[in-house]
Design a protein around this ligand. Structure first.
Ligand code: FE2
Length: 440
């Protein structure tokens, strides 16, 4: 069965199918039937709506959800800006734009940090105040966010990719368990907290300021292939009832703000709508590939895409380079040299990139190949690829690497500049030999 093998069982149940209209109730009878706004809710709940698109957005992309809460989200104090928070960033002034190739080793896991406090900004582009751009983070954490904490990102959707450990994500719509090999999307504005049932965790977070993550159109592929919508899992309603105070952290306009709220942020007893978080097991991805010669474009590995404000220029294409057969004949099977107009941010979660294995100590690394900067294999790898006897080869099952293609040139933070390993060709220009004119 094409699923990932997990060490930890998922304790939660889910609704399935991305983009469907879903409804769920933790207490039977708490979801009003037919209408959404009863004058007085039978169970004493407050209806509240969160929208992810304009009211007038086309039906196919319209995202709105009604939540039925014990107390409304307005039961809160004024916001206070946290001036010194490490996630604060002014994207217009705080990033360096460099054409170099960069590699970052995996983060050392910080046992003292929560998921949100353990996020480190590597870089990005654009401006969250105009809903345009992207940001890349690594995270490492070893402490649960308490039941009295909640976080939401008003600036963008968060795509969370754990490389180590397990995340138990409590959201307003219910609980999600995300293990290495799975990804999770928390759309902008939805409140969540993360606990760590197996201790330490590490991974990556991709934040998209524009639009929402969705499966790509399939074009000539047809109706089946890549990430199939039925394999996406959506939480079922569950709630936490308390009269204690909760601290809500908001990322808004690139700055962290906090407020106190009465009761829990996770007090929705039922909900219905189209705006919700979801998870996906990358082991269920159905790859498409060349079956005779040459490479197809890597866009066929797209799991999720998020549009920018420019037509046909995704802010994020999240690609999985996973297990599959390589069967092309008389073809340079490995990645060929290229300079792409899309920037590329990548990581190996396990295994390697296709047939090229990566040492275990580098699992969780990050790499950046910026817009139109040349990159490809090293000279000795090219020589081996050109001389090897070709036969069908299987990219192993433990191979999980991802690639984020973005239309934006990516600027990096001071932290990223200090901690990077530059990986250009070096002073010998990569040691490439001339073969032209050929003696053959
Ligand atoms: Fe590339």
């Amino acid at each position: 069965m094409p699923v990932s093998k997990f060490d930890v069982e998922d304790p939660f149940q889910y609704l399935t199918s991305l983009n469907s209209y879903h409804e769920s109730e933790a207490v039977p009878g708490t979801l009003p039937q037919s209408h959404s706004l009863p004058q007085r809710h039978d169970h004493g709940l407050y209806p509240e709506r969160i929208s992810g698109t304009a009211f007038t957005a086309k039906r196919a992309v319209n995202k709105q959800t009604f939540l039925y809460r014990i107390l409304p989200s307005t039961a809160q104090s004024p916001w206070t800006q946290v001036d010194s928070h490490p996630l604060n960033c002014d994207f217009r002034t705080d990033l360096q734009f460099l054409p170099d190739q960069f590699v970052w080793p995996p983060l050392k896991v910080d046992r003292s940090r929560t998921f949100v406090d353990g996020m480190v900004l590597i870089g990005g582009a654009g401006d969250p105040t105009v809903k345009n751009g992207v940001a890349y983070y690594n995270y490492s954490c070893g402490v649960d966010m308490g039941k009295d904490k909640a976080f939401y990102d008003a600036d963008g959707d968060l795509l969370i990719v754990p490389q180590l450990g397990v995340l138990e994500v409590q959201t307003e719509m219910g609980m999600i368990c995300v293990r290495m090999g799975e990804i999770c999307v928390i759309p902008r504005g939805i409140r969540f907290r993360v606990s760590l049932p197996s201790g330490l965790s590490r991974g990556h977070v991709i934040e998209a300021f524009s639009g929402h993550f969705d499966v790509p159109e399939l074009g000539a592929i047809g109706t089946l292939g890549l990430a199939n919508v039925r394999d996406f899992e959506i939480p079922k309603a569950s709630y936490y009832d308390t009269e204690e105070t909760t601290e809500v952290m908001s990322k808004f306009g690139g700055k962290i703000h906090t407020a106190k709220m009465k009761g829990s942020a996770f007090n929705a007893v039922s909900w219905h709508g189209t705006y919700y978080p979801f998870k996906y097991d990358l082991g269920k991805f159905m790859p498409i590939g060349s079956t005779l010669y040459d490479h197809q474009d890597p866009s066929v590995f797209t799991v999720l895409t998020c549009p920018s404000d420019k037509p046909d220029c995704p802010a994020v294409d999240f690609l999985l380079l996973g297990p599959r057969w390589l069967v092309m004949e008389n073809t340079f099977q490995l990645p060929y040299f290229h300079r792409n107009t899309m920037s590329e941010f990548s990581s190996v979660l396990s295994g390697g990139f296709d047939l090229a294995t990566v040492p275990k100590q580098m699992y969780g690394m990050s790499a950046l190949h910026n817009n139109l900067s040349p990159h490809g294999l090293e000279a000795h790898e090219v020589d081996e690829a050109m001389s090897k006897k070709l036969k069908p080869e299987r990219v192993p099952d433990d191979t999980k690497a991802f690639l984020v293609e973005s239309c934006y040139p990516i600027g990096i933070t001071d932290w990223a500049a200090k901690n990077a390993i530059p990986s250009n060709g070096g002073e010998n220009f990569g040691n490439f030999k001339r073969h032209f004119p050929s003696k053959i």
